[in-house]
Design a protein around this ligand. Structure first.
Ligand code: ADP
Length: 547
């Protein structure tokens, strides 16, 4: 017997309809590429999203065709999120920090028909346009009078001029909720990039889950600053959760430096921010020497890489900001876990609570997870056994776009299919998961694993250290030994021996790195993560002292 409730497909258009009707005057503030600020409200986003849909119809763009963006976080990007997906096309957010050749590869692979870009990325467009034959329409996200003359981009249009010609009424089509809505390529550290193809159903379910109090806890009372880019896994789904809750959104545009972010938080009374650790590192480095404090910021979600304890402590103790440590991946839309305490933890002493809050967190309803050993056997949830982390759920990929390389899933002894995350983790009896490494970054010394994340966390707790990467290097007796590669803070000093001494008592003796290598910079990938593969290449001639 079937239930007798209404069967409405979960569609992204319903999010923007809802935001317009119930939070029409909720503010959206954006720093523009032009340098000025733009403000309007959810009802304007909805109206312009309908104009986007009409504009795509006027070009005869088919259902399921791809519209690419090369854009910062801003209001026009937000309109495309809803207008493109809502009308049944697929929004393809491209990471502009990739090399132009990779961008062209991705655009061709996705067979994008339209490419909308912020003017900061005109040089990329100029470099790739001749090699992107599928793109029929190049759109600059700017006012009509800002369209660059003589750009060399064929048929280049201004987004605002294009929208001005479109009616603001539009009936969103109704279709199967499993229809593709947006796509995002993984960084492709191994082989060619692969795309996660999200659906309306996966996106709306993820938006609901993300807004829950123990997840991102997003509400109509919040003013949210997503520093995490809209080209990186849909800014962790924040644009959708904000529409679902009616939160105010504050977009940083291209200004991601510590000073600009700080000023924006203060000016727009931001209560909530989200970003990767490297961005917050820049913010803290700007604030500390100047003795600055936050007036309104209460919480920040930090994820994408392990959040060092020193950063969680600084936010909490120096600035009164609660850090929510999050873990996820492009293949997971991206949220998998968030770290918040349970009721039984509330009376624990602060340092006991901190031990929990450093972990990557508890699974969200909708994400099932387990850890397995080398032969695929289930490992216990005891907080000690570390194994390959597997996940499944309605917003986890089943297959990559165009299915190349076959199914990424693995089948367990019960015949259940799981997505292998490539992360190595422990899970404790309360379900708190802690990543110890990427499987390819694991350091194995004398048959024992050393967590590179633990070693990095200790280094960045030293006041003179800005950034640290731990990698394994060849050792004739132990196979591999850890070394730590360190970038010092400006005008700060620490010697090799001082730093190695700093490890004493903080980790087992045999896990203390064998050496410290000071560098000016650690290579970062397109999503702000340390590129350990490149670092290993750079240090390929390195030999441990005495060998
Ligand atoms: P995203 O950066 O959006 O999380 P990616 O697909 O680029 O997605 O990268 C996913 C990988 O990033 C994870 O498999 C994991 O190795 C790493 N990662 C993400 N969040 C964390 C975290 N909080 N702690 C440690 N590693 C993390």
């Amino acid at each position: 017997m079937l239930g007798l409730m209404q069967n409405q497909p979960l569609l992204i258009s319903s999010l923007i309809d809802f935001a317009e009707r119930h939070h029409g005057d909720g503010e959206i503030v954006s720093r523009r590429v032009e340098g000025d600020f733009h403000r309007y409200a959810w009802r304007d986003v909805a109206q312009r999203a309908r104009q986007v849909a009409n504009g795509l119809d006027s070009w005869g763009l088919g259902f399921g065709e791809r519209v690419a963006t090369l854009a910062w976080n801003g209001y026009r990007h937000l309109e495309l999120y809803f207008g493109v997906s809502g009308s049944g096309r697929v929004l393809h957010t491209v990471n502009p920090r990739l090399h132009p050749e990779q961008i062209a590869w991705i655009v061709n692979h996705a067979e994008d028909q339209v490419l909308c870009f912020d003017l900061s990325f005109l040089p990329i467009v100029q470099a790739i346009q001749a090699n992107c034959p599928t793109v029929k329409h190049w759109v600059a996200l700017c006012d009509a009078d800002k369209l660059p003359a003589g750009s060399g981009v064929p048929g280049l249009k201004s987004y605002d001029a294009w929208l001005a010609d479109q009616a603001s009424t539009y009936q969103w089509p109704v279709f199967d909720e499993n229809t593709a809505s947006s796509m995002c390529y993984t960084s492709g550290t191994t082989g060619n990039p692969k795309a996660a193809l999200y659906s309306h159903r996966s996106t709306t379910l993820h938006a609901y889950a993300a807004a829950l109090p123990d997840v991102m806890g997003i509400s109509a009372r919040d003013a949210i600053l997503p520093v995490v880019p809209m080209f990186h896994v849909n800014a962790w789904g924040i644009p959708y959760s904000a529409a679902l809750t009616g939160a105010k959104l504050v977009f940083p545009g291209p200004a991601m430096d510590g000073k600009s972010i700080y000023e924006l938080i203060e000016a727009e009374k931001v209560s909530y921010a989200a970003g990767v650790p490297t961005v917050w590192q820049m913010l803290l480095m700007h604030m500390k020497p100047a003795g600055l404090k936050f007036s309104t910021l209460k919480r920040t979600v930090i994820g994408g890489s392990a959040c060092p304890p020193a950063m969680i402590n600084a936010f909490r103790d120096d600035y009164g900001v609660e850090v929510l440590h999050a873990w996820g991946m492009t293949e997971m839309s991206p949220l998998g876990t968030l770290c918040t305490l349970k009721n039984k933890h509330l009376d624990l002493p602060k340092d006991e609570q901190m031990k929990i809050l450093l972990k990557q967190g508890r699974a969200i309803y909708g994400v099932d997870m387990k850890i397995v050993g080398a032969n695929g056997e289930d490992l216990p949830f005891d907080g000690k056994a570390a194994g390959d982390l597997l996940v499944r759920g309605p917003w986890v990929v089943r297959e990559y776009f165009k299915g190349e390389g076959g199914s990424p899933l693995v089948r367990d002894a019960q015949g259940v299919e799981w997505f292998p995350t490539g992360d190595v983790a422990t899970i404790d009896a309360d379900g708190f998961m802690q990543i110890t490494d990427r499987s390819k970054d694991v350091i194995k010394s004398g048959g024992e694993w050393i967590s590179s994340i633990d070693i990095e966390n200790i280094a960045v707790a030293h006041p003179a250290v800005a950034m640290a990467a731990c990698i394994g290097v060849f050792h004739p007796k132990w196979d591999e030994r850890p070394i730590v590669v360190v970038v010092k803070k400006p005008n700060a000093e620490v010697s090799r021996d001082e730093l190695l001494k700093f490890y004493e008592g903080k980790t087992a003796k045999w896990q203390i790195p064998d050496d410290v290598v000071f560098v000016d910079a650690i290579p970062l990938g397109a999503t702000g993560k340390m590129l350990k593969t490149r670092l290993r290449e750079q240090l390929k001639d390195y030999r441990l002292p005495g060998l």
